[in-house]
Design a protein around this ligand. Sequence first.
Ligand code: NDP
Length: 329
Amino acid sequence: KMKAAEKLMKVFVTRRIPQEGMKLLSAAAECEVSMWDSDEPVPRAELLKGVQKANGLLCLLSDKIDAEVLDAAGPNLKIISTMSVGFDHLALQEIKKRGIRVGYTPDVLTDATAELTVALLLATARRLPEGVEEVKNGGWSSWKPLWLCGYGLSGSTVGVIGLGRIGLAIAKRLMPFGVQRLLYSGRSAKSEAAEVNGEYVPVDTLLSESDFIVVSCSLTPETQGLCNKAFFSKMKNTAVFINTSRGAVVNQEDLYDALSTGQIAAAGLDVTTPEPLPTDHPLLTLKNCVVLPHIGSATYSTRSVMSALSVRNLLCGLQGTEMPNELTL
Ligand code: NDP
């Protein structure tokens, strides 16, 4: 007979997660779950306390999981499951060293994030937030030939930096708008680029030839600060820059300069450093900069599926079985 008390696995969940995930977690009889039961991030001290003796940790991208957290957890920690596809918040070397497995949520958020990226690109290029504001503040006096003009996709060249799952999904959605050339850069050419007639080019070529530049790479030491002064100086003055990857890929001071001097036409960001971006940040004073609060994957169904997948990953990690989506360390 199983001695229930001995078998209980301690799990710490760093946030209130959608119902689908909660249901799966509650049904897992082998788990003793403690949760930071809030919609706000867990304070660091509570995280360090909460993980103590945990066998499993379910976290979000806003939780920095570093050596301090792993030490606080102690040697029982087997599995870290993050409800995100990005894993730049996880100290992977430290995690690997300790033999801890990692689960994440690729694919299930690809469509939602690609869709949001297209929405942000169109909103930025066609100046939707400015237009909405003018309607409300009385700036709309009449139809004027050059008022609120922007840039269209038809006949354009689009450059995607990081043609991964999301990058490809973005490209597929943009092509039907009449895009003429689809360029992409990254560490290697991709066979699936053929689906969008993608041309693998050096990043400098992508910068000088693209009318729209979309950043959808992962944040790594190599891509940190990739979009800096030198990067923006190679772009066309009429080009639109979109980032839905991670804020730290962009040097925001350099982006501010590029936008305010007319070096580039406009920028749309779903991700910033820090998050939230302080309301007095210089970027928010610019009309040609559209900033969204990191809502790439924010559809009800996507977040539900993400929560369920992250719980499944967690439970498999606890049981030592194959996970639906394990990150190779
Ligand atoms: P993938 O791993 O499929 O794609 C990442 C891409 O980044 C790969 O194609 C990779 O290309 C590329 N890349 C890596 N290093 C470099 C480099 N040095 N230069 C250029 N490209 C590089 O991940 P996903 O498409 O699923 O997700 C991508 C990122 O999007 C996530 O890491 C996350 O940060 C972000 N994201 C943001 C969301 C939001 O809400 N805004 C939602 C979901 C994800 P290669 O294989 O050639 O190295």
